[in-house]
Design a protein around this ligand. Structure first.
Ligand code: SF4
Length: 210
C-alpha cells in the first residue's frame, strides 16, 4: 500500500501520517518503486522531446537532471550552465550527447558522465564521491549494510593491534572514514545526492596504482 500510494503521487507527508510514522524517511524505507516509476511524474519541456526519445535511458537521465536528482553532478551542472548561457534547446542537445554515462553501481546511482572521463575509483562511491546518489533500492541497502559490517570488523581488528604497530592509526582512520561514508549512504533519502560537496572521483589526479 505504501508503494502504491507513492505510485499515485500522494505526498510523502500524507503517507507518513496515514501509517502513523514519526518521519518521512520511514515511508521511503517501504517505497519499492523503480527509478522510472519515481520519475514518471517529471515532465520534460518540449525542447527535450526532440532529442530525448520517450522511454529511452536518455529521457530517464533528462528527468533526473530536471527533477534535481542529478543536479550536483558534472552532467547536471554543465546542463544548467549551458541552459543559462544558450537556452533549453542547446542544453538538451548536450544532455542527449552525454546521457549515456548514467549507470547503477552496487550501492546506488552514479550521475557522472563517462563519455568525458572514466571513473578511476569505480566501486568507491561511498568514499565521498560527489556523483553518488542514493537509490533507496533494497538490494543496495543490503550491500551497504554488509559492507559496513565488514568495515567495522576491519576497524575493530586494527584497534586490537598493539598501539605501536606500524600503520595501525592510518588503518583505523581509513576504516572510520569509509564507515562514515557508508552510514551517510544508508541514511540518505532515495534520489538524494549523498556527498553533494564531495570528491570528484572521476577526475582523480593522483596515480592510484602507485
Ligand atoms: S566512484 Fe563516483 S564516479 Fe565512480 S562510479 Fe561511483 S559514483 Fe560514479
Amino acid at each position: 500500500m505504501n508503494t502504491e500510494m507513492f505510485r499515485k503521487n500522494v505526498p510523502d507527508t500524507i503517507i507518513t501520517h496515514q501509517f502513523g510514522r514519526r518521519t518521512v524517511a520511514q515511508s521511503y524505507e517501504y517505497d519499492h518503486r523503480n527509478l522510472a516509476e519515481k520519475l514518471s511524474f517529471v515532465k520534460l519541456p518540449p525542447a527535450a522531446s526532440k532529442v530525448l526519445p520517450a522511454g529511452s535511458a536518455k529521457e530517464l537521465v533528462g528527468k533526473m537532471v530536471v527533477s534535481g536528482m542529478a543536479l550536483q553532478s558534472h552532467l547536471g551542472q554543465s546542463f544548467k550552465r549551458i541552459q543559462h548561457e544558450s537556452g533549453d534547446e542547446a542544453a538538451f542537445i548536450y544532455l542527449a550527447a552525454n546521457a549515456d554515462g548514467f549507470h547503477v553501481t552496487p550501492y546506488g546511482f552514479c550521475t557522472n558522465s563517462f563519455s568525458v572521463n572514466p571513473c578511476t575509483r569505480h566501486l568507491k562511491c561511498f568514499d565521498q564521491c560527489k556523483h553518488f546518489t542514493a537509490s533507496g533500492v533494497a538490494e543496495h541497502r543490503v550491500t551497504l549494510e554488509d559492507l559496513r559490517s565488514k568495515l567495522v570488523a576491519m576497524r575493530d581488528a586494527a584497534r586490537c593491534k598493539p598501539a605501536t604497530t606500524v600503520g595501525r592509526k592510518n588503518q583505523i582512520a581509513h576504516a572510520e572514514r569509509l564507515i562514515a561514508g557508508v552510514s551517510a549512504a544508508l541514511h540518505a533519502q532515495p534520489n538524494q545526492s549523498v556527498f553533494a560537496d564531495g570528491i570528484d572521483h572521476s577526475t582523480l589526479k593522483e596515480d592510484i596504482f602507485k
